[in-house]
Each structure stands twice: as structure tokens, then as C-alpha cells.
Write a protein that binds this ligand. Sequence first.
Ligand SMILES: C[S@@+](CC[C@H](N)C(=O)[O-])C[C@H]1O[C@@H](n2cnc3c(N)ncnc32)[C@H](O)[C@@H]1O
Length: 156
Amino acid sequence: MNITVLAVGTKMPNWVNTAVSEYAKRFGRDIRFTLKEIKPEKRGAGINAAQGIAAEEKRLREALPAQAFVVALDERGEAPTSQQLAEHLRRWQQRGEHVCFIIGGADGMADALKREANLLMRLSSLTLPHGMVRVLLTEQLYRAVSILHNHPYHRE
Ligand SMILES: C[S@@+](CC[C@H](N)C(=O)[O-])C[C@H]1O[C@@H](n2cnc3c(N)ncnc32)[C@H](O)[C@@H]1O
């Protein structure tokens, strides 16, 4: 199956890119994982947070794969356990979905994107920095794959 992560933010610190690549390379052949960085809108010079979010919304929409099952990452979303995320993954694989996770920028994500998403998912009740969200999401997806393959990486 295809998993795409659209994440607002470029020029992430090395530790973010290293950690995402480390988990992504463990997925194995049944998952084709792509992380696509979305250019953040520069704030200041007459661009406020709302205008910045609107510009990033446009870029996110343009990058959304056709017919994707969209999961918006948000700290007010549903909080699956790792087992429940593995069940979601099993269902998405069975249905042949292209799943697209979207991560907002420093000021968050447009409300319309969250409303229109098929699922709103939180990784924690804490507000996390967007770079950290990429890392945690990729690790949890790898954990979900491990659960489905009965790999000892995940221990209850
Ligand atoms: C720095 S946060 C933005 C916080 C902003 N206050 C908001 O209302 O969204 C950047 C992005 O990271 C993601 N994010 C932050 N904390 C999260 C969490 N606990 N669970 C899931 N996603 C989170 C969301 O996609 C968010 O748009």
C-alpha cells in the first residue's frame, strides 16, 4: 500500500530527517512510504498566521494524492492505541487505500482540512512540535507494521 505524509516545514534539523529515514527504511516491501515536505509560508511583511495557514492549506490540497484516505494529525483528534493503529493499517491495506497523513505547520492546519479529513488523529494530548510529529508518526506506523507481522519490536 501507499502511505504519503504531507508535512508543512522544510529545513528540519538533522535528527528529524535521520529518525524519519531510519523508521521508514524498516517498513518492508508492502508499504511504499513517501514524505513530502510542504513549503511553509513566510510570516511577517503583511502575512499573519491566518494568511500563512491559508497559503499552506492551498499547497497541501495541491499535493494531496487523488482518492487518498486522509488522516489529519491534530492534538484534538482520536487517540488510537498502537494496536488500534495496526488494525486501521490492516483495514487500509485490505481496501487498497492510499493513505495520506497531513501535518500542519508552526501555527497549525486549516480547519477545513481537518473537517474534510476521513480521520482526525492525535499522537498525544500534548501539543508537539511539527518535526517531532513526523518522527512519532513514522515510528508508530513502523510499530503498527511490526504488530501485523508479529515482529518482536512491539511488546505489550
Ligand atoms: C506546532 S503544531 C501546531 C499547534 C497549533 N496550536 C494548532 O492548533 O494546531 C503543528 C502541527 O503538528 C501536529 N501536531 C501537534 N501536536 C500533535 C499531537 N499531539 N497529535 C497529533 N498531531 C499533532 C498538527 O498537525 C499541527 O498542525
